[in-house]
Design a protein around this ligand. Structure first.
Ligand code: SF4
Length: 449
């Protein structure tokens, strides 16, 4: 803990997605600009800021459990909670006696106001998620890692029946192209890779004013500007397959790896009946056809490197054996290189929470295992196709625990001295089911991450 005269030290903990992690970095930056120090451990902190997630009931429970544990261990710690769960359940957090401050949402200035011993630096205006980000100073660095998250929009206009994130974060709001580019240029000074993230990045720009061409700038326009003006490798985070237009695919194909050849395209289910219950806007065939067209285009370029991932929910209410089989066969057909499989988890307050025909937990668990095994098998098969080819590798990790991440999102064991922030090209080799690469003697100096 800091001395009486010192500025307060703050420990940050983030639950949930990349967008939430980005929001924590904005809060951290705001508090540091006002004089706070970041504590590496809760034991050494005066204040804990917990950025919560509300994707499932379990996510809410995890945040409450952490609050209680911290209070038990450190009765004198000031605990501030923020984030999606606090937006959704603000009154419940106010009622928690262990909590000292509640910020519904992610406004760094609102968090700072709960720490009166910090100076009012005026460094940033009110920053809630989305458009008002544009009025604040660009994020200078991402303290949590080598690859930096860059939030380009917040919120979502879709209404998937299982999703509480949309309810917590509201409608889609995009940051202005110039603001994103300015922040990306700043982050690229210290980060070799920037991950374009948000809650629904496929809708980027739809809410922005039309430019001289008479149309709003879309994700492809933003990526073009970033590729022109920012030297880092860029990566798209999760994006809906049906919202990836041809212009974006062309950019992916023509950027020579600058826009990483990797897409994560949520499937959720391969059954039209379940997709309707999920209130998804696309059919099985619309998803299938788009993914196949993109994969065909991207897999046919350069080394053929193309990482493809998907989120899938199994055991959604109403998913019988027939519906699951439709999902399984679609998973088998599409050229995934990895899968994220989630057994359905109830989220109070969503439409799906009141759907009948719940799937027993053991059935959902067995379906999860089936899909995960397929995902692992496909990943292994893809990995073998990459052995012997050249990859663009970014080194991430800390100290002696470093690893390489390729453009197509493979983890590579590094042979030789590498420092987080290094980026180099090397030939991949297969070894006992994993990929390795020799670090070249002339690997560029690490950026200061
Ligand atoms: S697309 Fe659906 S799952 Fe994704 S954020 Fe929007 S409502 Fe939630």
């Amino acid at each position: 803990m800091s001395d009486v005269n010192d500025k307060p030290s703050v420990w940050f903990h983030t639950f949930g997605c990349k967008a939430n992690q980005y929001d924590t970095e904005r809060i951290r930056q705001e508090l540091e600009l006002r004089g706070a120090e970041t504590a590496l451990h809760a034991d050494a902190a005066d204040i804990a800021v917990i950025n919560t997630c509300t994707v499932t009931n379990q996510a809410d429970a995890n945040a409450r459990r952490l609050v209680r544990r911290l209070r038990r261990q450190r009765p004198d710690l000031r605990i501030v909670v923020a984030g999606c769960s606090t937006s959704f359940r603000e009154a419940e957090y106010h009622a928690l006696e262990e909590v000292d401050g509640v910020v519904p949402g992610h406004d760094p200035s609102a968090v700072a106001r709960l720490v009166p011993e910090l100076e009012d630096s005026g460094a940033a205006g009110p920053v809630t998620a989305g458009a008002s980000d544009a009025s604040s100073a660009p994020l200078q660095r991402n303290a949590r890692g080598t690859r930096a998250w860059l939030k380009i929009q917040d919120g979502c206009d879709r209404k998937c029946s299982f999703c509480a994130t949309r309810i917590a974060r509201g409608a889609s709001i995009s940051r202005a192209v110039d603001d994103v580019v300015a922040e990306a240029a700043t982050l690229a000074r210290v980060h070799p890779e920037l991950v374009l993230t948000g809650i629904h990045i496929g809708h980027y720009g739809k809410d922005l004013a039309a430019g001289s061409a008479g149309t709003s700038p879309g994700l492809a326009t933003l990526c073009e500007r970033l590729l022109e003006e920012v030297p880092a490798r860029l990566r798209l985070s999760s994006i809906e397959a049906t919202e990836i237009d041809d212009r974006l695919v062309d950019l992916l194909a023509a950027s020579d790896g600058r826009l990483a050849p990797h897409l994560h395209v949520p499937m959720q289910s391969g059954s039209d009946r379940v997709l309707r219950l999920m209130r998804r806007w696309h059919t099985r065939e619309a998803y299938r056809a788009r993914v196949l067209a993109i994969a065909e285009r991207l897999g046919a370029i350069g080394s053929g490197a193309f990482g493809l991932g998907a989120d899938i929910i199994v055991g959604f209410p109403g998913e019988g054996e027939e519906e699951f089989e439709e999902t399984r066969t679609l998973v088998e057909e599409l050229p995934y290189t990895y899968l994220h499989v989630f057994p359905y988890s109830v989220r109070d307050g969503t439409v799906a929470a009141s759907l009948p025909d719940r799937v027993p937990g053991d059935v959902a668990a067995a379906r999860s295992r089936t899909l995960r095994e397929i995902g692992l098998r496909k990943g292994q098969a893809y990995l073998e196709t990459r052995a012997g080819t050249i990859a663009d590798i970014v080194v991430e990790g800390r100290d002696d625990r470093v690893a390489g991440v390729t453009g197509d999102y493979l983890r590579v064991e590094l042979l030789g001295d590498a420092t987080p922030g290094d980026r180099f090209s090397a030939r991949l080799r297969a070894c006992d089911g994993r990929l390795t690469a020799v670090v070249p003697a002339s690997a560029p100096a690490a950026a200061a991450v």
